[in-house]
Design a protein around this ligand. Sequence first.
Ligand code: COI
Length: 368
Amino acid sequence: MTPTDPSFTQQLTTRPTPVAERQAMLANPGFGNFFTDHTAIVDFRADESGEGGWYGARLEPYGPIALDPAAAVLHYGQEIFEGMKAYRHADGSVWTFRADANAARLNRSAVRLALPQLPEELFLESLRQLVGVDVDWIPSGDGESLYLRPFMIATEAFLGVRPAREVSYRVIASPAGNYFGGEVRPVDIWVSRNYARAGRGGTGAAKAGGNYASSLAAQLEAEAHGCKQVLFLDQANDNAVEELGGMNVFFVFRDGSLVTPALSGTILEGVTRSSIIQLGRDRGLTVTERTITLEEWRGGVASGEITEVFACGTAAVITPIGRLRDGDEFIGAPDSAAGEVTMSIRTELLGIQTGVVEDTHGWLTRLV
Ligand code: COI
């Protein structure tokens, strides 16, 4: 195949998950617990000069990956991934949201992690192939979808520190409900003072597994303090708010305007983040990407200038933030209700994704 040939071969499972078992999983999917029957795969090989191409596009039964113990991903973490969702519409058709943005981000991450870029046609076709055969795995409850996890790993068996010349791109799928479990309700957030997620020139803007690995010690600290997620600051820059462990942050101000931290090279450019910026502007709201410090958060909540704060991401959609906990200090009220603006943007975004609100920006791509 040529580097951009998107034709896949299909080897379907001879042992699909029994219907009753699948239905039990779909009845209460949670997040990231269950996986569909197949996986899409495309491999890459380069020669010593770095020239190479993608080959062997195929659909296989879901199962363990055979990796050489010396595979570079296991030693140097050369890995990137994406998070997307497939939504079933009322007429039975299945759509995904802003796939072009995810394809572009995967390739920006690939450049940063010295992995090969994947042609957008291959990316899209891998989603079509997988969702096409595992279409019965899409849950249909409110806010539910099939989470798609494209990822790329360095498979070459070589312990020298250089970009691997053998790489595998794969997609798995997982029925998904609310990321935080149960109904949508405000979550409390822990301010990380001991750990940073990213630094200037680092990999913070890439969707690389290592960023998430480095967030886990802080996440444990958050949980030990009764919080669901951790907030990372740029402590060298007036405690500028960056992002949560795996989500961007938005502030709603009293005048209805929205503020989100500017992309500084250390923050992940969330597809949900950029969609909310657009939807806010469509509503005539002022939406600003700028530095917002912990001090402004504290002061704004105390004065009533900041009326709502929410987290957003593909997995979390839009999740209201309740209290922020900084050591022994709490910012915000306990048991606060989800904000009106937060929930109305959430409803609009989910409405577009599930086909009940008009997609005026052409964000949806049909998969099935
Ligand atoms: C997503 O929102 O898709 C994410 O990647 C966040 C997290 C589950 C890693």
